[in-house]
Design a protein around this ligand. Structure first.
Ligand code: CP3
Length: 352
């Protein structure tokens, strides 16, 4: 018999890195922490590394991707790295004329509006993104036991950029197209699902240990519309890596969609800061939860920041598992020292 066969079952503590243990619903040695948008934005060393390089060019430069992905791991001691890339990288890789404009976001030169536009969305081939595989290979040597999270944008969020032509508050053209030309909508969204699924698969094959599907703007949809127009395509995108790694699914302002989004099959539900985790735990039995400190609180004084951090940790105890995060991305004006304070507080108060 192997030594583990005879070991006393006294402790259920997982020997896995805390992020992976929690993601699988096992008992981690401490509550794991990472931050959406932890790379870039708030870090001076990021601004220095990026100087003079456009966002998409940076995403295609493996040494730079590796360095930027590692920066928050080194500085904060977070329990996971998130791959430095962007949700529009696979679209640019198949030849869509898309750019990331600083201070604005993704901008599409010729928006997608008709049946004729469908042919502009061909399948992604791993050969289209050699820099992704190469960057993750470099990261394998740097990361040690810290797991890497790969990601993709969900079909609805990506489609919104393609149809609106850029960032949108109301997603009006997208919603109008869904209802007026459902065949065109489902054609665009199903092609995007295939692209997302392949983009996730490339990252997992290269070494990503978990993935997150960002449906950042899904909260703009009613539950009926979400179920009819987004859910089937997100489900298809996530199916590409089912059974291989834990899958996180996240959206903003999605309190009304938590149950519907959980139906995509993702093992972990990202919860934004508007829904307390203990309430989310009641609504999503069996799901591991990720979240959900309001990112604005990083700008608050130390005492209220730590009190709010403790409340998120306490509320997360009701879930099957908890991965501490912000309720959306790090705000650009965040002080890195405050983020470090939060990581240390979660680690100190949850060590087992
Ligand atoms: O921790 C990380 O930063 C990881 C890498 C990452 C980026 N984008 C880098 C980035 C991730 C996970 C994303 C995902 C992403 N991109 C999402 C989903 C997450 C979310 O916030 O809901 C969305 C909607 C996008 C599209 C996008 N790309 C936006 C809205 C912007 C911001 C524009 C701006 O300047 O404010 C980008 C650009 C972008 N993506 C930057 C970075 C570091 C800034 C680029 C720059 O500094 O030139």
């Amino acid at each position: 018999p192997s030594p583990t066969d005879s070991a006393p079952p006294a402790s259920r503590l997982s020997g896995e890195p805390p992020f992976l243990a929690a993601a699988r619903g096992e008992e981690p040695s401490r509550t794991p922490v990472w931050f959406m948008r932890q790379a870039g934005r708030s870090l001076p060393e990021y601004k220095e590394a990026r100087a003079g390089t456009s966002m998409l060019e940076a995403c295609r430069t493996p040494e730079l991707v590796c360095e930027i992905t590692m920066q928050p791991v080194r500085r904060y001691g977070v329990d996971a790295a998130v791959f430095f890339s962007d949700i529009v990288v696979p679209l640019a890789a198949i030849g869509v004329d898309i750019d990331i404009v600083p201070g604005t976001g993704p901008v599409v030169a010729e928006p997608f509006r008709t049946e004729a536009d469908l042919k502009r969305l061909r399948n992604l081939d791993p050969c289209d993104v050699p820099y992704i595989t190469e960057a993750i290979g470099l990261l394998g040597k740097e990361l040690g036991t810290t797991p890497l999270i790969g990601f993709a944008g969900a079909p609805f969020t990506l489609a919104s950029y393609l149809i609106e032509g850029g960032p949108s508050r109301d997603h009006a053209k997208t919603k109008a197209l869904m209802h007026s030309a459902p065949d065109v909508w489902h054609g665009i969204a199903s092609r995007l699902a295939a692209i997302c699924g392949e983009f996730l698969r490339v990252q997992v094959e290269a070494g990503a240990k978990a993935v997150q599907l960002f449906d950042s703007w899904a909260g703009a949809l009613s539950e009926d519309d979400y179920r009819a127009f987004a859910l089937p395509h997100s489900t298809a995108a996530l199916a590409g890596v089912a059974q291989s790694v834990p899958r996180i699914h996240f959206g903003v302002g999605t309190g009304h969609l938590l149950e519907a989004m959980a139906e995509t099959g993702a093992e972990i539900s990202g919860v934004d800061f508007r829904v307390p985790l203990d309430q989310a735990a009641k609504r999503l039995p069996g799901k591991v939860l990720q979240g959900n400190l309001d990112p604005a609180l990083i700008l608050a004084d130390e005492a209220p920041l730590l009190a709010a951090t403790d409340r998120v940790v306490a509320a997360g105890r009701d879930a099957k598992g908890h991965i501490f995060n912000l309720g959306h991305g790090v705000l650009p004006e965040s002080d890195p020292g405050k983020l470090k304070l939060v990581v240390d507080r979660v680690h100190e108060t949850t060590a087992r």
